[in-house]
Design a protein around this ligand. Structure first.
Ligand code: HPA
Length: 277
């Protein structure tokens, strides 16, 4: 996506915003409810925003909501764009570029994911320590615009260590047990085979999903600080003796909604913006 499109989308949003957002939120499958908690909301359907793609998957609303959450200026994506929907990597990461252009410093990314780590259970929340890009593509392929970021961005601290420690403290404060692990991104849309899950476990993966990694690569390229949270919506293929369905994903995320909301709100309320990790 060229810079002109990014600037035009940001200019359109800016016209309708009175405050600069400081924290961006990407809300995954079934987790969009968080955006309903935003005070003084200003909402933009994706289709209203210049150059924005439209989201197609059920469980996703397809709008940007800006306003105040726990006293912080936020802008939230209620529903994201997935590579498996047929969008290019540049389209998938376009909203991250636009949020950066609007002035955010930090990005909280969430998703529903299958548990690969056998000690996990459906309904667990996992803080993403690191990721494995297994998508066979990268949003930075193509000419690099130096104003946007380095040609070869460092990914060794893509998930901010101060934010991870902060999230751990928040979990403890509200009495929530959280997991930590490595998120593997596959393209989907087919779920994995049991053999693929065994392979991903050997590779060091703890959870698997079909999103997040492109956005986090774009965020790292843009110099944004990232916190990632996976809702373990199911155990990955072959671990339990049952088939995998999108309904299960939606049902589990619905059950953990309360914990997820409490957790993310506590994180946002006190998220350190200045002190870098
Ligand atoms: N695999 C891939 N993506 C997912 C899964 C899974 O098991 N659960 C939720 N998203």
């Amino acid at each position: 996506m060229d810079q002109k499109s990014i600037k035009e989308a940001a200019a359109f949003l800016n016209k309708n915003l009175t405050e600069k957002p400081e924290i961006g939120l990407i809300l995954g499958s079934g987790l969009g409810v968080l955006a309903d908690e935003i005070d003084n909301p200003v909402s933009f359907l994706y289709k209203q925003i210049p150059h924005f793609p439209e989201s197609t998957v059920s469980g996703h609303k397809g709008q940007l909501v800006a306003g105040i959450l726990e006293g912080r200026q936020v802008i939230a994506m209620q529903g994201r764009f997935h590579y498996y929907e047929g969008y290019t990597m540049q389209q998938v990461t376009f909203p991250v570029r636009v949020m950066k252009e609007l002035g955010i410093d930090s990005l909280v990314v969430t998703n529903a994911a299958g548990g690969i780590n056998k000690s996990f259970h459906a309904g667990d929340l996992m803080l993403i320590d690191d990721h494995i890009n297994n998508m066979g593509n990268n949003p930075l392929i193509g000419p690099n615009q130096e104003e946007m970021g380095d040609r070869f961005p460092d990914m060794s601290a893509a998930y901010d260590s101060v934010y991870l420690a902060h999230a751990d403290q928040c979990a403890e404060k509200i009495g929530l047990t959280v997991r930590h692990g490595v998120y593997v991104a596959n393209t989907g849309p087919a779920y994995e085979t049991p053999a693929e899950i065994r392979m991903l476990r050997t590779f060091g993966g703890d959870a698997v999903g079909m999103s997040t990694v492109p956005e986090v690569i774009a965020a790292a390229h843009s110099g944004l600080r990232v916190l990632g949270i996976s809702c373990i919506s199911n155990m990955a293929a072959g671990i339990l003796d049952q088939p995998l369905t999108h309904n299960e994903v939606i049902e589990t995320t619905d059950k953990v909604k309360e914990n997820f909301l409490r957790f993310v709100k506590e994180i946002i309320r006190t998220l350190p913006i200045k002190e870098r990790g």
